[in-house]
Write a protein that binds this ligand. Structure first.
Ligand SMILES: [Zn+2]
Length: 295
């Protein structure tokens, strides 16, 4: 499975909007219905799709990644991907359904339990959603790790109990300090780099679990001591995207205000400023998420 689709491609995989038109043979929706769409579309014919596990489908296509997405006046989606959103839910909040669904699926994969100590590596929007969600799921302590001071402080406002700067040694000392020298129950890697994956494995306590959440490059490699995994009885689990029931969970949590995800929205700009917005996200240390409003 290729990590990204072929170019050129219209990006935009976190979106909400109104139904503007309906294809032939489609029923159950009307123009003006307020919706989001699960971006993950399986082939529908393989063993994984038949099992309801289309994230594992070799032919999986994601809207905004492998097929054209929502940085446009209109986006075309299959009807089975649609989810209605409550009347009182803002489009801004609804557009955060996709990233929150990813975080929900990841924390389900790693089986986060109440009372556990959770380390979140990386405080980009995804790491911050994991801070929010870990707290909501009853983590006893959430430790965030992030070199960018703005993002580190942000994590403390949205669910982290303590925030640590960069450096594997600094992070290890901080985690051991807060866990009687044991390490974390759960470590969530939300960076996607080989060095932080190594750090994540090192931070888990005996019997601990590591969530491989950040998108590493396909050819990245890390050294691993099999004896260490064996001796410490570690669990390492991957999470590729959010789908299935996690979309409905995300809509429910966002519309109920249980997850303050709209705090992540730095600004809302028109489609004409898309390129400048992407530039700003890449270069401004205090930019988190810029939403694009299509009039
Ligand atoms: Zn399939």
């Amino acid at each position: 499975l290729v990590p990204v689709g072929e170019l050129p491609r219209i990006l935009g995989h976190e979106f909400s909007g109104e139904v503007a038109g309906i294809g032939p043979g489609v029923s159950g929706y009307e123009e003006g219905d307020r919706v989001v769409a699960d971006i993950n579309i399986g082939c529908g014919r393989c063993v994984y799709c038949h099992r309801g596990q289309h994230l594992r489908c070799d032919g999986l296509r994601q809207i905004g990644v492998h097929v054209d997405g929502a940085f446009a006046e209109f986006v075309r989606v299959p009807v089975q991907a649609l989810r209605r959103i409550p009347a009182a839910m803002s489009f801004e909040a609804a557009a955060l359904t996709e990233p929150l669904a990813c975080a929900l699926h990841g924390e389900e994969q790693v089986g986060l339990q109440p009372g556990e100590v959770v380390v979140v590596l990386g405080c980009g929007p995804m790491g911050l959603l994991h801070c929010m969600l870990s707290r909501l799921r009853g983590a006893a302590c959430v430790i965030s790790c992030e070199p960018n001071e703005f993002r580190r402080d942000f994590s403390l406002r949205v669910g982290a109990d303590c925030a640590v700067g960069a450096g594997a040694d600094v992070i290890r000392d901080a985690v051991l300090d807060r866990t009687d020298g044991q390490g974390a129950d759960v470590v969530i890697e939300a960076v996607g780099s080989a060095p932080t994956y190594r750090t994540a494995i090192a931070l888990a306590r005996p019997g601990g679990r590591v969530l491989f959440f950040g998108a590493a490059a396909p050819n990245d490699e890390i050294p691993l001591h099999p004896f260490d995994v064996y001796r410490r009885e570690l669990t390492m689990v991957g999470s590729y995207a959010g789908s299935y029931g996690s979309w409905d969970q995300a809509i429910a949590l966002l519309s109920a205000g249980r997850i303050p995800a709209t705090d992540l929205v730095t600004s809302v700009r028109p489609l004409e400023e898309l390129e400048a917005s992407i530039e700003a996200i890449a270069t401004r240390p205090d930019a988190m998420k810029i939403q694009i409003a299509v009039a």
